[in-house]
Design a protein around this ligand. Structure first.
Ligand SMILES: [Fe+2]
Ligand SMILES: [Fe+2]
Length: 203
């Protein structure tokens, strides 16, 4: 299934690897939620004059913290520990790829930051949906991931809409930029799929 703006669907092997080692996926997932929250907060702090942006991003951060705490609860109940954040190659490569796109005069760096965050939400959404479909019906994690995939789809939309505002309403320009970024995102996901260690949300 195609999810949102994604060009490349996850391969079946990801779902197999993730459900085989759900404990590690949960720990990685907790860190992803925390990163989503801190990224939203740091973006908000960089643009203190834009109150609409500050409001939307702090609302988003609040929701990501809620997700984090709920994953944390699951981690605790399974007797797992959080540990230090794993290296997020996916997000790092996506940021690098965005930095390498040709500069567009009318697009502020904020637009790219919002679109990168939107793409991360879109991929998380896709992966949560795959997890929800693969987890057995009586496991409460199934309902949890079903709820989360709809939340992340909404977050994609929030960030995309903020990118349009940040581009002074130029939807066409933002869509072209998102299209270019989605191409890069698809390449990154395809490359990461060749790695052995895939029990991670963006693995
Ligand atoms: Fe989240
Ligand atoms: Fe999110």
């Amino acid at each position: 299934v195609r999810v949102l703006c994604l060009k490349v669907p996850s391969d079946r092997e990801w779902t197999v690897a993730a459900t085989r080692d759900l404990d590690r996926v949960l720990v990685d997932h907790a860190h992803c939620e925390m990163k989503a929250a801190t990224n939203a907060l740091s973006l908000a702090l960089r643009h203190p004059d834009d109150l609409r942006l500050v409001r939307a991003l702090t609302d988003l951060a609040r929701e990501e913290i809620d997700h984090f705490q709920r994953v944390l609860q699951t981690i605790e109940s399974r007797g797992l520990s959080l540990g230090t954040p794993p290296v997020d190659t996916y997000a790092a490569e996506l940021r690098t790829a965005a930095g390498r796109l040709p500069r567009v005069h009318r697009l502020s760096p904020l637009v790219d930051r919002l679109l990168v965050a939107a793409l991360i939400e879109a991929r998380s959404c896709e992966r949560f949906k795959l997890l929800a479909g693969a987890i057995k019906g009586d496991d409460p994690l199934r309902a949890f991931y079903t709820e989360l995939f709809t939340a992340e789809a909404r977050h994609f939309r929030v960030l995309y809409d903020l990118a349009i505002v940040a581009a002074n309403g130029d939807t066409e320009l933002v869509d072209a930029r998102l299209d270019a970024l989605s191409d890069r995102e698809g390449e990154i996901v395809t490359r990461l799929a060749t790695k052995d260690d895939r029990a991670a949300i963006h693995g």
